[in-house]
Every structure is written in structure tokens, then in C-alpha cells.
Design a binder for this molecule. Structure first.
Ligand SMILES: Nc1nc2c(ncn2[C@@H]2O[C@H](COP(=O)(O)OP(=O)(O)O)[C@@H](O)[C@H]2O)c(=O)[nH]1
Ligand SMILES: [Mg+2]
Length: 317
């Protein structure tokens, strides 16, 4: 099949072709650029929700239950699960497969697992692109699951409209991270496994931290106690997601948030490419080797070495 034929079937909502298209982009086939250009004008309709938190906190279970509820209102839902070990196609992520199993049978629900191997931040390498493809395909809601406490939340919050941060009573680390100031990421906080002891204490601890961290923010994130396995609290989670969506729309923040994220993406990728070009340059590499030697031999300080390198890079232009 030619790429044109693929895209035609994509247009006709063929989910097998959707899976194939995702693989082509994920694995950087040569058609990838044409695919991304094709979908570029079709994105922006889907609402994107990020669910992040420690491994085993119940994210997949929550997503399965939430999706069931959302299906009362939406026909097309896409789920991306970033797993640290291996991609779905290799048979890993069995846990997620079992928990989300019932969803596989639901019409309109498309689940994709992505490996995070090799990526630094717990986010799979092409997550944004895959979300864009699902959006262009016609998914109305896209849910992205990522593991992690810390940097990952920052990354995921750049990709989605609403970020849900999940804690469990035993995840003490999470609170430490929050205290370290990485808070203003979550739009909604969830304490899952609230059937366990410690949920109340965690609730008040979180509440205090959020009140401080978000005191200058117009949006005050709610904290929801859930028990995903028992389907408890899911209705409230859905309600709060809708509240956050309404807040963004009523304050004209949705477009702004999305535009900022695109520009951030442009800057990040531009910088990455510039670095690549820089290190591919023979002269730069040669100067760097020379300067390194001089620095090691104490002929230059590190500062002097950098100045010399910058002079040579500039001169090279
Ligand atoms: N006790 C209890 N266990 C839960 C709850 N929600 C999920 N679990 C269990 O926690 C384990 C990890 O769940 P999973 O959804 O795979 O977590 P993930 O790694 O965050 O996606 C599974 O055995 C779930 O059945 C809950 O509310 N209470
Ligand atoms: Mg999971």
C-alpha cells in the first residue's frame, strides 16, 4: 500500500491502519514526515487528559473505570499508556492489558502502549505525535498514562489539557517532591487506594501543601479520594475533569495553554537539533578536543576554555 492509500483508510477510520500509522511515526519510517504534515491541520479537537503517578498506584485501573463512564457521553476515546519496560506488541504490560481488557472490546476505544526505554523522563519518545494522530483520527478524548513523580509531571502537563496526579497512601516520595516545589502541575489530585489506612492523613497533608502552592493560582485543584478497584470516586473524578475543562474555556485559557505548549515544543526540538548540528561539525569537534586537552593540562581554566570554544564557533559562521 502506498502512503496515500494508508491515509485514505485512516480517513475512513480503519483502526488497523491507525495502529500502522502510529508505528510508522513511532519508528520514524520515511513516511513519517508526510503523515505528520497530513494530520497537522486536523488536530486540536480532542480533549487531552494526563494521568500520572507512581507505578502501581492504580492509574490503569482508574483509566479503565473512567473510560467506562466517559463512554456514556463520548463515542471515541484513545488511551496511551507509557510503560517503562517494553512496548505492548512485545507482550509486556500484561497488567495493563488485563485491567484494560474489558475496554478492548468496547467499540471506539483504542489503546496503545508505548515503551519509554531510552527516554529520560518516563514519557515515551513520540507520545505527543501519537496523541496528535489519535486526535486527527477523530478520538474525542485522549488519556495519557505516565509513571513517575517529579519531572515526568512537568513533561506530561505540557502535552495535555488536564493533568491528574495520583497518589496512594504509602507514596511518601510524592509528598517530598511536592514539598520540593514541583506542585503547580496537577490540576486535579487523586488519592487512590483510599480503602487503605493513611488516606486521611495524606489528604490533609496534600490539602495544606496545595493551599500554599496554589495560593496565587485562580484554579484551586480538588483532591479526590478514590478506590479504583471498587469503582468508588470515579464519578467525582469525571466531574472535576469537566470542571477543569470549563474553567479553561471560560477563562480563555485552553487555546493559550495549547499554543504555549506548541512553542515550548518548537524551542526544545530546535535546541536539540542545533546541538546535533554543532556536534556533527568537524571543526567544532576538533576545537573541543584541543581545548579539552589544554584544560586537562591546566593551560586553560574551564572558563577560558569555553571562551576559546565560543570564539571558534562564532568565527566559523
Ligand atoms: N486496594 C486497592 N487496590 C487497588 C486500587 N486500585 C487499584 N488497585 C490495585 O493496584 C494494583 C496496581 O494497579 P494498576 O492500575 O496496574 O496501577 P498502575 O501501575 O498505576 O497503572 C492492581 O493490583 C490493582 O488491582 C484501590 O483503590 N484499592
Ligand atoms: Mg499502568
Amino acid at each position: 500500500m502506498t502512503i496515500k492509500e494508508y491515509l485514505k483508510k485512516f480517513e475512513e477510520k480503519d483502526e488497523r491502519i491507525l495502529a500502522k500509522i502510529i508505528t510508522m511515526v513511532e519508528e520514524e519510517y520515511k513516511e513519517s514526515e508526510e503523515i505528520l504534515r497530513y494530520i497537522n491541520k486536523k488536530i486540536g479537537k480532542a480533549y487531552r487528559i494526563g494521568i500520572t503517578g507512581p507505578q502501581g498506584s492504580g492509574k490503569s485501573t482508574l483509566i479503565a473505570k473512567l473510560t467506562k463512564r466517559l463512554l456514556n457521553r463520548y463515542k471515541e476515546i484513545g488511551i496511551i499508556a507509557c510503560d517503562p519496560s517494553s512496548p505492548f506488541s512485545y507482550g509486556a504490560l500484561l497488567g495493563d492489558r488485563i485491567r484494560m481488557n474489558e475496554l478492548f472490546l468496547e467499540k471506539g476505544v483504542f489503546i496503545r502502549s508505548m515503551a519509554t526505554r531510552g527516554s529520560l523522563n518516563g514519557l515515551a519518545y513520540k507520545t505527543k505525535e501519537v496523541a496528535d494522530i489519535l486526535d486527527a483520527f477523530g478520538k474525542e478524548i485522549i488519556i495519557i498514562e505516565t509513571i513517575g513523580v517529579g519531572q515526568v509531571e512537568v513533561e506530561i502537563s505540557n502535552l495535555v489539557d488536564t493533568t491528574v496526579v495520583v497518589f496512594v497512601p504509602e507514596s511518601g516520595d510524592g509528598i517530598q517532591i511536592l514539598k520540593a516545589g514541583l506542585t503547580e502541575i496537577g490540576d486535579i489530585f487523586v488519592i487512590n487506594k483510599s480503602d487503605r489506612i493513611g488516606a486521611d492523613i495524606l489528604f490533609y497533608e496534600l490539602k495544606n501543601l496545595i493551599e500554599i502552592s496554589y495560593q496565587n493560582s485562580k484554579w484551586k485543584p480538588p483532591i479526590i479520594l478514590t478506590q479504583a478497584v471498587n469503582n468508588y470516586g470515579i464519578e467525582e473524578l469525571e466531574k472535576e475533569i469537566v470542571n477543569h475543562y470549563n474553567y479553561l474555556v471560560e477563562n480563555n485559557l485552553l487555546e493559550e495553554k495549547r499554543e504555549k505548549a506548541i512553542i515550548r515544543e518548537l524551542v526544545n526540538n530546535f535546541e536539540k537539533e542545533i546541538l546535533k548540528i554543532l556536534w556533527q561539525n568537524e571543526k567544532v569537534r576538533k576545537s573541543f578536543a584541543e581545548v579539552s586537552k589544554e584544560v586537562l593540562e591546566k593551560k586553560l581554566t574551564i572558563e577560558e576554555g569555553i571562551k576559546k570554544l565560543i570564539r571558534e564557533v562564532k568565527y566559523d559562521q
